[in-house]
Design a protein. Structure first.
Length: 282
């Protein structure tokens, strides 16, 4: 979830084409992005095999593909947005790992790669949340499973419904639309315009934790664990709520991160997180 307005659109591909470098930038220099990034990397370190081929499905600006390549994995990154692929290509060259990453334009609902091809499959940062149709989300999960070798890890993060609603409540955004959003989880221009609001993001399905776990399990994946990435610090997604942290010490920031990590796998905390991450097995 980016949270910064760029254009009114219900087309995630167009949105992320225009969003470009900001998708890279949102994971550094701000505490919520750093929590999302570090929490994801911690999970990857704990659950990935020591070597092999890894798919980064919906890899965006290439943050995780670069990290994976730097750890020695052979990476295939698939993304629908030409703009994001261009950013990823530039960043891969800057880091000197372009030879370890193959970039492919494509959709997570139809990945178009061979079955049983990957030793691990990742879908990180919320691409599954930009699939509005439930049958298409089912198809996407089946695709993640199809390209994964038996018993390999499949690691998926999505945007959380309660985290989004909590953020809108405390910042006064889209208040009249929130009861409807809680009913179905679909954040769209049609929903917002019904109440006279503008769409500051793009079409998004926000998940409950149980919904994510059910989606994965009924499409052939065995869920191992689910955790909140920003967790208890999710309201810090809003810039105005981060300003009070500008004067805290490094020790205090470290304590903040430890607090978030200690509670991350609590089911309630995962459900309240702006981003939640599930580890499953194919």
């Amino acid at each position: 979830m980016t949270g910064e307005p760029t254009q009114d659109t219900d087309d995630p591909q167009s949105f992320y084409d225009e969003y470009a470098e900001r998708e890279w930038d949102r994971l550094e220099g701000r505490i919520d992005g750093e929590l999302e990034l570090s929490g994801t990397v911690d999970v990857l370190e704990d659950h990935l095999p020591s070597s092999g081929r890894v798919l980064d499905a919906g890899g965006g600006a290439g943050r995780y593909s670069i990290w994976l390549a730097e750890q020695g994995y052979d990476v295939t990154m698939v993304d629908l947005s030409r703009g994001q692929l261009a950013v990823a290509r530039d960043r891969l060259r800057e880091r000197g790992v372009e030879s370890r990453v193959t970039l492919v334009q494509g959709s997570i609902t139809d990945i178009g790669l061979s079955a049983d091809a990957f030793d691990a499959t990742c879908c990180l940062g919320g691409p599954l949340s930009h699939v509005l149709s439930e049958p298409d989300r089912e198809r996407a999960v089946r695709e993640l499973r199809r390209v994964s070798r038996p018993d390999s890890p499949v690691i998926v993060s999505v945007m959380g419904l309660l985290g989004a609603v909590q953020l809108y409540l405390v910042t006064g955004h889209n208040l009249e639309a929130l009861p409807d959003l809680l009913e179905h989880g679909d954040y769209t221009s049609a929903l917002l315009e019904r109440y006279g609001y503008e769409n500051e993001f793009t079409a998004t399905h926000f998940f409950r934790r149980a919904e994510l776990e059910s989606l994965l399990s009924r499409n052939g994946l065995e869920v191992v664990t689910t955790a909140g990435l920003e967790g208890l610090a999710s309201p810090l997604h809003d810039e105005r709520l981060r300003t009070d942290l500008e004067t805290v010490t490094e020790a205090e920031l470290s304590a903040l991160e430890r607090t978030v990590r200690r509670t991350a796998d609590d089911p309630v905390v995962a459900d309240l997180s702006i981003h939640m991450l599930a580890v499953a097995e194919a």
